[in-house]
Design a protein around this ligand. Structure first.
Ligand code: GLN
Length: 455
């Protein structure tokens, strides 16, 4: 009830939610009843959680921030949502996002932007600005996001929350509306590292309905975070600072807080080395070919027949006309831009030059990471090059919007886990900054151990 009251009080300004659950209190009471009956419950039973609207929920509309799916209620829950319900977490509602998770500011939502609770004239990051803002504004203690190129970590950085992109394949993508299938991962958003660990423990694990799901046995991430809270957890840890991810274009206040964090790590006994990953210079270019290529294919299913919206044409029109009119009216400008870019990059004659080259860069990024993880335990960078920028500033300048993903994209290209944790406020604007930790694939526990220690 307290969270529903908080949503009623502040969400008119923040607009983190696209839909607030009408059954949250019933679900919470059911957990109370189970507790009273002595049923064994998990650590998060009864805790409310906000869910990014990219995830299918059987009892709430799931629009992915798009007009084309307005009002669509899926016939099933995403695996991660089913897992939340199974341990008694209480879904509070669905959070706002850039349309089909394309964007870094939540301004590309078809339902209007979310605002940053720290300053309502600023963006909350994207694409998962709604989930991050809900947690930052105390509308929800936990949220789920999805991260294809930084959509959990960058909103975390600019709203002062914790966000984790798990190892690719460690959390099910079944029922997560696909953006780029080789990059997408669902992950936790919270206010502390331990909270994210507890949530990650609930959603991880193999799912036979996701063909890229790993069969690993995962250690307890909550135990890893608790280990990190013990004295001396950072002693002797080798940390690499990636030169290419802390360059000239970075905001002064971000660089200053990052330098403070490095000093704290050194004082705690960590060994800091500067490392270089030359391929990262090309990571954004590669990502913005691979992502549109995959997205153009994934979004082909919105054909006016199978899901959601269908445009009406005077006199009926042919199937192709109805399909075209629906996609014209149902998709926003950024989605159209990427579909066109993706189909172009995949077209005969250009395939090798664009998509093929991008895949080669992806391999180089993976090799740079393997080499660096032979030398250090974790890699470190600012989570985003700037603090939250003003609403409207980059909306007409796709390239400068894309550049905000510089720090987060390499981890997606390589499938490795990454975490953003709050790093203090920038002097010049008083807004949150974030620090990013990256670990080798399958070593998510390291992020929780060292993240909790640094926090
Ligand atoms: N900002 C990135 C993009 O626009 C990240 C998207 C994401 O992680 N979903 O593609």
């Amino acid at each position: 009830q307290a969270h529903l009251d908080r949503i009623a009080a502040v969400d008119g300004d923040v607009h983190a939610f696209l839909h607030v659950s009408e059954t949250a209190l019933d679900a919470a009471r059911a957990v109370d009843a189970a507790r009273a009956a002595g049923e064994p419950l998990g650590e998060l039973a009864g805790v409310p959680i906000a869910i990014k609207d990219v995830l299918c929920t059987i009892d709430m509309p799931s629009t992915a921030g798009s007009r084309i799916l307005e009002g669509w209620i899926p016939p099933y829950d995403a695996t991660v949502v089913a897992k939340l319900r199974a341990v008694g977490l209480v879904p509070l509602g669905k959070t706002n996002m850039d349309e089909f998770a394309m964007g870094s500011s939540t301004e590309f939502s078809a339902y209007g932007p979310t605002r940053n609770p720290w300053n309502l004239e600023r963006i909350p990051g994207g694409s998962g600005g709604g989930s991050a803002a809900a947690v930052a504004a105390f509308e929800a203690p936990l949220a789920l996001g999805s991260d294809t190129g930084g959509s959990i970590r960058q909103p975390g950085a600019v709203t002062g929350t914790v966000g984790v992109k798990p190892t690719y394949g460690s959390v099910s993508r079944y029922g997560a509306i696909a953006l780029a299938s080789s990059l997408d991962q669902v992950g936790p958003v919270s206010r502390t590292v331990l909270d994210s660990a507890l949530l990650h423990d609930v959603i991880k694990g193999h799912d036979r309905r996701d063909s890229t799901s790993l069969r690993d046995e995962w250690p307890s991430f909550a135990d890893a975070a608790r280990d990190g809270l013990a004295d001396g957890a950072l002693r002797g840890v080798k940390i690499g600072i990636v030169k290419e991810l802390n360059g000239d274009g970075f905001q002064q206040g971000v660089k200053a807080r990052f330098a403070d964090a490095v000093e704290i790590l050194q004082k705690a006994g960590a060994e800091i080395v500067e490392v270089s990953a030359p391929s990262f210079e090309y990571a954004i270019s590669a990502y913005y070919l691979i992502l549109p290529a995959e997205a153009s294919s994934n979004l082909a299913k919105f054909d006016s027949v199978r899901f959601g919206m269908r445009a009406t044409i005077p006199g009926g029109g042919t199937v192709e006309q109805v399909m075209a009119a629906t996609r014209e009216a149902g998709f926003g400008p950024e989605v159209k831009r990427r579909i066109i870019l993706g189909t172009y990059a995949l077209s005969a004659g250009y395939y090798d030059a664009y998509y093929g080259s991008a895949q080669k860069v992806r391999t180089l990024v993976q090799r740079d990471f393997s080499r660096l993880f032979g030398e250090v335990d974790v890699l470190l960078s600012p989570s985003a090059p700037t603090t939250a920028f003003p609403l409207g500033e980059k909306i007409d300048d796709p390239l400068s919007m894309y550049l905000n993903d510089l720090t987060t994209i390499p981890a997606n290209l390589a499938g490795i886990p990454g975490m953003s944790i709050p790093m203090g406020l920038a002097d010049e604007d008083g807004l949150p900054t974030g620090i990013q930790l990256m670990a080798p694939a399958r070593e998510d526990a390291r992020l929780y151990r060292y993240g909790a220690a640094l926090e």
